[in-house]
Design a binder for this molecule. Structure first.
Ligand SMILES: *Cc1c(COP(=O)(O)O)cnc(C)c1O
Length: 371
């Protein structure tokens, strides 16, 4: 048996007739950018979250960058980001000229630790940018309370959390605005790069509509220095096909997560994901921890089981941030996670049999005498 970490082919196959029809609709329309498919997807996606506005953009990185631009956040400003997240979150801050200020994670949920926030806030802090990491919402009640005290903007990185909930509220609606990615591997993925900004703030949404299109809504009238960051009609049409299936596909992921938990509890030093009572995660990834992580990954690979590491290098240790002045040891929790986390296969098209095979291989690894 082979268990790939990710395989898009079965997801495409399941919806192939509808995707083909969406493709034909766009081809027949002769309209490929900023048209009816995008407008319709934007209202459908906003409605699915219970937010007032959704603005489609080219990808998740630019969604966050555009929000920061619209807020006028730039050189001299600080934005608090997770120390252990994906580098795109940091890059959004860097690209507007602001400074990322890393915050260590909660040691159990791996999400930004609200208890550490107050100590990082300075006179220059403008925004907090938590990630709903691996599909689990960050503690937005605590984060929003601290942000309100200090009058800070809260930008939610909702790239991994389509359909997740925090105290019953939808991910993508938890801060002042959210950056969403529809990268193909996400829980709601297009068939190329795509993204969106979601918010209840009408003025912010309106400004993003300018900024995603050279700062213009009327051709050759440029109100702001914007980007070219548009979500194409074709990808919007594909996303409209997939959105109605998101809840069912997330439910399949949840069933597989439950199976992992059932079969892997109490094995060696393996640490399973911790889910607070108020969180309703969508299992974008199923991330375990083990001290002998690399040996475990090699053992699984030998059994035809794909794994990945999210993420092997914390952004402050990445060559891209070599000029940031950070050193090994600055963020010990983030660094320890990078050495121990391992993502196991989980997706709407993995079977229970495949997950049981993965679990058997993991139990076999921990039953072996240590070499
Ligand atoms: C995927 C991802 C992004 C970036 O989204 P793109 O659409 O690839 O630009 C940002 N943050 C997180 C946490 C992600 O997982």
């Amino acid at each position: 048996m082979k268990v790939p970490i990710l395989d898009l082919a079965p997801a495409i196959a399941e919806l192939r007739p509808q995707l083909d029809a969406a493709y034909a609709r766009v081809m027949d329309s002769g309209w490929v950018l900023l048209g009816r498919e995008l407008e319709t997807f934007e209202s459908e996606y906003a409605a699915s979250l219970g937010v007032a506005h959704c603005v489609g953009v080219a990808n998740g990185l630019e969604a966050m960058q555009l929000i920061l631009m619209a807020q006028g956040i730039g050189a001299g400003d600080e934005v608090i980001v997770p120390a252990n997240g994906y580098i795109a979150t940091w890059l959004a801050v860097t690209h507007v000229g602001a400074t990322p200020v890393p915050c260590e994670p909660d040691p159990h949920t791996y999400n930004l630790d609200p208890a550490r926030l107050a100590g990082l806030i300075t006179a220059r802090t403008r925004a907090i940018l938590p990630i709903n990491l691996y599909g689990q919402p960050a503690d937005f009640d605590a984060i929003n309370a601290i942000a309100a005290q200090h009058e800070l903007f809260v930008l939610e990185d909702a790239a991994q959390s389509h359909g997740a909930r925090c105290h019953g509220r939808a991910a993508g609606s938890l801060g002042h605005a959210a950056g969403v990615s529809f990268y193909p591997s996400k829980n709601l993925g297009a068939l190329a790069d795509a993204g969106a900004v979601t918010t209840d703030d009408a003025a912010l949404a309106e400004k993003i509509r300018y900024l995603r299109n050279y700062g213009s809504k009327v051709r050759y009238q440029n109100e702001y220095p914007g980007l070219n960051s548009r979500l194409s009609e074709l990808q919007a049409a594909f996303l409209r096909v997939k959105l109605p299936h998101l809840a069912a596909w997330n439910a399949r992921r949840a069933a597989l997560a439950a199976l992992y938990r059932d079969q892997l509890t109490g094995i060696g030093d393996l640490v399973l994901p911790v889910v607070p009572a108020w969180a309703d995660p969508v299992w974008h990834l199923f991330v375990v921890r083990a001290a002998r992580r690399d040996a475990l990954a090699a053992h699984l690979a030998a059994h035809g089981i794909g794994t990945q590491i999210h993420y092997p290098t914390p952004p402050h240790r990445s060559p891209a941030y070599r000029d940031g002045g950070w050193k090994r040891g600055n963020f010990p929790l983030a660094e320890k996670l990078a050495e121990e986390v391992l993502s196991l296969p989980i997706g709407p098209h993995h079977t229970a049999g495949q997950i049981e095979f993965v679990c058997a291989a993991i139990r076999e690894f921990f039953a072996q005498p240590q070499r």
